[in-house]
Every structure is written in C-alpha cells, then in structure tokens.
Design a protein around this ligand. Sequence first.
Ligand code: ARG
Length: 461
Amino acid sequence: MSNNKNQNPVIKGLSDKVGDFTVSLHYDRRLFKQDIKGSIVHASMLCKQKIITLSDKDSIVEALLEIESEIETGNFLWRPELEDIHMNIEARLHEKIGSVAGKLHTARSRNDQVSLDMRMYVKDSINIIIRQLTTLQRILLDIASQNNDVIIPGYTHLQKAQPVLFSHHLLAYFEMLTRDKTRFKEAYERTDVLPLGSGALAGLPYDLDRSYVARELGFSEISQNSMDAVSDRDFVIDYLSAASICMMHISRFSEELILWTTEEFSLIKLPAEYTTGSSIMPQKRNPDFAEISRGKTGRVYGNLVSILTVLKGLPMTYNRDLQEDKEGFFDSHDTLAAVLEVFLGMLPGIQVDSVKARQAAEGGMVLATDLADYLVIKGVPFREAHGIISELSDYASTNHKLFSEISLEEYRGFSMLFDEDVYEVSVESSVNARNTVGGTSFKMVQQAIKLGYQKLEKQDA
Ligand code: ARG
C-alpha cells in the first residue's frame, strides 16, 4: 500500500488509527464503472456549457478511460486511506493529468456523485433480476405444459383438500413472479431520476445542463429538489423490499420442493446435481440447494430492516450514515441473483412422479367437496350436504376405505339420494368441474399457460 498519502493536495489521507472505520473502498469499488461513466458525462457537460475547455475535457475523459481499463485489468493501485471509490479515481486522475484533474469536480459534490453511482448500479441490478425472473417464468410455463395432465392433491392447512392440476399449482408461482417483476419495475421508475446537479445539498452556482446529463446517462427524469436528491435512498429501500418479497416467494417454493422430495410426498425428484448425499446415511438425497435458498431469505429481510433503520430519524440532508446503504444492497442483490440462478438451473431438471401424484390425489378425502356438490345437485342444501359428507368422511377414515371402496348400500346409509353415478365422481371430474377463470380445470389451465407465454412475449407479465 502506498505510504504517500498526501501526494495529492486535494485529498487528505486519513490517520491509520481512525481510517479503517470510515473506509468504504472495499465495497464501493464495485461502483467504479458507474463512477467513471458519470464523470465522463459530467465533464462533457461542463465543456458543452463552456465551464471547462475542450482540451481539459479531452484529457480528463482520456485519463478516465485509462483508469477504467487499469481497474478492469487489475492494474489499479487501490488506496484505502483515500476512503472510497470516488477519491481513489480522482487521486489517480491527478497522478495522470495533474491539476486539470481538479476541474472535474467543478459543480459536483461527492453527495450527488455517490447517489448517481448508486442509482445507476441499482438500475442495472433491477434489469438483471427482471431478466432472471422472466426466464424463470418461462421455465414454469414449460414444466406446466410438459406435465399438463398430472393431478395432485391441493392443500389447505397442509391437509389434503381438493384435487388440482400440478400445472395449476406451478402457475401460482408464475403469478407471484409477475407481481415481483411489477414491484421491480416500479422500483426502477423511482430509481431512474438523475440526482447529479444537486451539489452538496443546495444546488450549484453554474449554468448546468442537467437534461443533457440525464439523456447521456439514460435517466428519464431529473431530481426536483437538491436537498431531497442527496439524502434520498428510497430507491435502495424499494429494491430491497421488492427483493425481500421475491425471496419470500422463492422461500415458499423452496419449502414445497423440499416437501415434495420427501418419501411422504414423493411427488418430484430433484436433479442429482442439486442434491447432496449424507456422510452417514447412504439413501439420502438432501435438497440442500432449496434449503439454502430458503435460508438466505433471512439475510435479505435483514438488509431491508437495516436500511430502513439507517434512514429513520436522519436529519436533512446528506449524512455519512448513508454510506451504510451499500453493503446490504450488494449483499441482497448478490443473494437474490444467486438464488434465482440456482432455480434456473434446478427447475428444468425436476422429474414429476405422475403415478405417485395420482395415488396421493386419490387417497385422502379430496373428493369430499365434490360429493357434497353431488348431493346439492340432487336438491340437498349445501350446509346439510356438508354435514352428511363430513359424517361419511369420518366413516371412511375409521374403516380405512377410499370413497371408491364404499358400497352403494353404505352410501345410502348416509343419504338415500346416493346412486350408482356417485362412482363417476373422480379426481378428473373434480378438476374439470372447476372451469371458472382462474380455476384448475384442464381447459382453464391450458388457457392460462397459453396466456402466460403471450404475456411474456409482450413483456406484460
Ligand atoms: N463514501 C461516501 C458514501 O458512500 C461518499 C460520499 C461522501 N460524502 C461526504 N460528504 N463525505 O456515502
């Protein structure tokens, strides 16, 4: 590490004793591309507005591009004593072009600069997540259409409730991911506001062209209050809350995958490379990837609570506390992106056991509601029918019989309205009867799959 801390007159090195505490370089280095891009556009604007000369601008831009490739190729000497990414790049600029470097920071403060860098980084991160979610949605549709006749028990209270199509169950996650994407898109809109040009807090005494900067950096809007602009981190909160909700969905999905792979459920097999063996029990194929995904939800929630707490009670405007926005954000983004990557790899390889699924769907009392509906059609008020079938279910359960194994005579012991056609009540008839929009009938689910693909095509889901 360089000992020559005060080589640059603009940047005072920190004393070693207190230095470590304020240093953010080890994590804000990630913002180097954003920082350099922002600086290049800022310099161009200063030149366009005749605040700096063309030749000054050219040497700044050229040197910044060199610095970028130094960083990319690992040839940049990082100096933690200069605290952060902004100061590291600026110091290097001084080394390269001398005092002209000092002109870059005209009409700019680190306060609007760091907000700019973060906003640019968050926007890119959102795009990455939206792309992953879209691919995941497509995979869900693929699995749903490949297994479109598999019937499983649907659950409430984790008790078998009514038969449903496996594809219907999967499409529930398609809906969740659609909402997640909406949240990320909204987060994007609020992030897509240019803070540069706010200065330290009050605006700047120069004739700036903020619209030019916004256009060049791909921002749709310009911040309208300099004090808000430098102190606002709502966009980080927006990202982290969208990420938390998304992780909650992934965690629920993980939990179901874990359940479905148990011997008790035996509904699916995960691809071998997404399970691990036990060091002691040879039969084990543990769903570790799904478990870790479920477990990682905690840190993403934690980062959300952390930034909410950092912001709470902060007076206007920029306060150094705001530096605490970064690690949690990076950690959550890395976590979510990694978990989605696992799902993208794992899901296409799952094998559905349609035989076990059917056994599971036919066992239990999943047709009880349909039997009640059967009596309703024959004129029995629903509440009364419900009571009759409840008693019938107790009887079947006590005698270890499936509904299909109960004789007509036994049925008639509960209601004389039962007839031979009671045996036509099946998991198929049950599923297909639910033909309302959003229901589990084969027809509806086929429609939902088709609509899903269409929506993805139109970027509407
Ligand atoms: N590292 C700082 C942060 O992340 C950069 C801004 C510093 N601004 C200042 N006035 N000290 O917030």
